[in-house]
Design a binder for this molecule. Structure first.
Ligand code: C5P
Length: 297
């Protein structure tokens, strides 16, 4: 018997970052939107915990107990006093180390899959608590749709969205480490007054109305200068997307994936073709959101 869970990627339409806290994390106002790029996590009973991965970036995925999918299985098993003996297989379509919560998706997916396979019956609240222990973005991978995350991003309020938003995503030739991008944020912020992070009222209204132009005018990412500082070539990709008439161009989360908001599916194909032709990035994908969070297939 196996259980397969499908989990979406995310883009941050707003990522407001506060000053570093005493614990090293940063308070955030993080507006997540789940988009239609998915990983599928399958768990099957086995003699011991092991992980395999397939997909274009599979060689970059750690197959040991540092993988968030393994940590999720271990966390649930430890709470129930059972052996975490499962084979976790990840069919990976979300870019690795890309700023689209691919690792978090696998953590949330494995947790939901193991909960189903083992009949552990953990409540939604317990699953969310385990997700928050695993990482700041993991609860959102479980919930999906659109949500505002505060605290370090793990305290979620679900947001209503009045339409579908169309996106183009440009992958970069290499990944960026999230801690390194936050460290660079701290370095660039030295000596400056960092305001408390707050969600933009205009942005929340644009989401609620499903208004792509208004959303484009309101998107922001406080980590973008840090990501560009560590990966200056991303500026060329952003410029190529803007030149191809994307409504908005921004770095996704801590990057280095760049995200382009467009009017509709037709515009997405046009911008995707222009980005491919620009030679400024790796693979280019189109996806729309919001989509559902982790779902048992
Ligand atoms: O929570 P998660 O393990 O995904 O965070 C990865 C790293 O990103 C943290 O170790 C920290 O360096 C940084 N981070 C942060 N503030 C947040 C979320 C993440 O500084 N709110």
């Amino acid at each position: 018997m196996s259980v397969t869970v499908r989990v979406p990627a995310k883009v941050n339409v707003q990522l407001a970052v506060g000053a570093a806290r005493a614990d090293g994390f940063h308070d955030l106002a993080n507006v997540f939107l789940a988009v239609g790029l998915h990983d599928e996590v399958t768990v099957t009973p086995a003699d011991e915990l092991r992980i395999t991965c397939e997909g274009p970036d599979a060689d970059q995925v750690p197959l040991d107990r540092t993988n968030l999918a393994a940590r999720a299985a271990l966390a649930l098993a430890a709470r129930r006093g059972i052996e975490p003996n499962v084979h976790i297989h990840i069919a990976k379509d979300i870019p690795v180390a890309g700023g689209m919560a691919g690792g978090s998706a696998d953590g949330a997916g494995a947790l939901l899959a193991c909960n189903t396979l083992w009949g552990t019956g953990a409540s939604r609240a317990e699953l969310l608590a385990i997700c928050a222990e695993l990482g700041s973005d993991v609860p959102f991978s479980l919930v999906g749709g659109a949500a505002l995350g505060v605290g370090r991003g793990e305290q979620l309020t679900v947001l209503e969205v009045g339409g579908t938003f169309h996106w183009v995503f440009a992958m970069a030739g290499r990944g960026l480490s999230t801690p390194a991008v936050f460290r660079e944020f701290d370095r660039l912020a030295q000596g400056q007054d960092i305001p408390e992070p707050v969600a933009s009222a205009e942005l929340l209204e644009a989401l609620a109305k499903g208004d792509a132009e208004a959303l484009a005018a309101a998107v922001s990412n406080d980590l973008q200068p840090a990501a560009l500082s560590l990966f200056p070539e991303l500026a060329d990709t952003l410029e190529a997307g803007r030149g191809a008439s994307a409504l908005a161009a921004l770095v996704s989360g801590s990057g280095p994936t760049t995200a382009f908001l467009v009017r509709d599916a037709e515009a997405a194909e046009k911008v995707a073709a222009a980005l491919r032709a620009s030679g400024t990035c790796g693979a280019v994908r189109t996806a729309a959101g919001p989509v559902a969070g982790a779902t048992v297939l």
